[in-house]
Write a new protein. Structure first.
Length: 419
């Protein structure tokens, strides 16, 4: 299992205040790890020349929208893929502006690790705290705090240590078990892929070294067996005339042929006959593998059902309390009806109560202000029309998350973490 997870890709997101150098850092990572093509580099060199930057502006590698390039800011979430001999990576480059909080939440929702950039000249600012809070809210277990633009403060160790102390003071209120600090200059490449000759006092390794070596196997829940069924496979061919398999992505735990399982919500028991993957049958399957299972007994199972272990079922509930980030320009309607999507199940819900709104800059609860608008974070109570098979988000990010959808426009209006 560990071999599969170690080489399995690392998803990480970048966050930070405007002009902290997120796009430059990603451009530098891609450039120094030889992950960009010659024609891409030529295009960046051409654009840099046209803009009169005076240097090869690697930020242009990720800022793909014309508006982003013209304004020198990141608006949309840009995903980039690259690999080293040790690991594969997916980067979500997310915006720093307050009005794009929903974009950051979207990009960070599947991340194992978050890189938070801090401008060495400005230190820890409101945006830094906000992004760290969102990373904590989304249960990202690993934070790499990159103190950037060290070249503009003469690579001074005391500047770095002051920012580290300030960030640790704030982070003591968050639930992030692994926080690392790295002084860098994204523009010049100090401590990004190679260690910096300008900062011999720092011994913590480069950004890429930390990304390659961070241990993420424990981030997945291998205790609570959860298999939401996405699709029932009935080929009805001569070769597989009686085949009836249940396909989906495992959301937690470990499944093996011969295991006793329960199908929810029906409550029928059976045993796993075989577990199939694209490569063939396997002797064990675990999160985040996509598989098809066959059972010993003929049970009526459909999309939205969940296969679990008998001694460890999820919570079956029609009342959900969630922390939510509101995405829609149309504010939350208390008492309003929405569609809730949870794993492979979909049903209607009503907002029973808004408990409070969170000031995401100070982390204070605002119980006197319960108006939830775009980019706001708040705590809601929902009543759903049929029982959901849920865990708390703290325990399992897959079975503990929901999205709310406007039933008339079909637009996603919010993401929620079940408490």
């Amino acid at each position: 299992m560990s071999e599969y997870l170690d080489m399995d890709l690392l998803r990480f997101t970048t966050a930070g205040s405007v002009d902290d150098g997120k796009s430059t850092l990603i451009g530098r990572l891609l450039f120094d790890s030889k992950a960009i093509f010659e024609d891409q580099l030529e295009a960046v060199e051409r654009s840099s020349q046209q803009r009169g930057d005076g240097y090869v502006n690697l930020a242009l590698l990720t800022d793909g929208l014309r508006a982003e390039r013209e304004q020198g800011i990141t608006i949309d979430v840009a995903y980039r893929y690259f690999a080293t001999p040790k690991r594969k990576f997916i980067i979500a480059d997310t915006p720093g502006h307050t009005q794009y909080t929903r974009n950051m939440v979207t990009g960070a929702s599947t991340a194992n690790l978050a890189i938070i950039l801090v401008d060495a000249r400005n230190g820890v600012v409101e945006q830094t705290c906000r992004h760290a809070f969102i990373a904590s809210l989304l249960r990202i277990q690993h934070l790499v705090v990159c103190i950037n633009k060290m070249d503009l403060v003469d690579y001074k160790q005391e500047v770095f240590e002051k920012i580290v102390a300030d960030f640790k003071d704030f982070a003591s209120r968050l639930e992030v078990p692994d926080i690392r600090f790295i002084p860098i200059s994204a523009l010049h490449g100090d401590n990004v892929v190679d260690t910096s000759v300008n900062m011999p006092w720092f011994k913590g390794g480069s950004v890429l070294y930390n990304l390659e070596t961070v241990y993420i196997a424990n981030d997945y829940n291998h205790i609570d067996a959860r298999f939401p069924v996405q699709w029932v496979i009935r080929p009805q061919t001569d070769e597989h005339h009686d085949f009836r398999g249940f396909a989906g992505r495992i959301s937690g735990g470990v499944f093996k042929p011969g295991d006793e399982v329960v199908v929810l919500p029906s409550g029928f028991n059976s045993r796993i006959k075989a577990i199939h993957t694209f490569e063939g049958e396997v002797e064990e399957a675990f999160s985040p593998m996509s598989v098809a299972m066959t059972l010993e007994d003929q049970i009526d199972i459909s999309r939205g059902d969940m296969i679990v272990k008998a001694n460890n079922p999820p919570r079956v509930t029609q009342d959900l309390e969630i922390m939510t980030c509101w995405f829609s320009e149309k504010p939350l309607n208390p008492g309003g009806k929405y569609i809730v999507r949870h794993t492979t199940r979909e049903c209607k819900c009503v907002v029973k109560e808004v408990r409070y709104k969170v000031d995401i800059n100070t982390l204070h609860k605002k119980e006197d202000d319960r108006q939830i608008g775009m980019n706001d974070v708040g705590r809601l109570v929902l009543r759903v029309s049929q029982p959901l098979l849920a865990d708390s988000y703290r325990r399992n990010r897959q079975t503990g998350s929901v999205i709310l959808v406007d039933e008339f426009t079909n637009a996603t209006v919010a993401a929620g973490m079940i408490i």
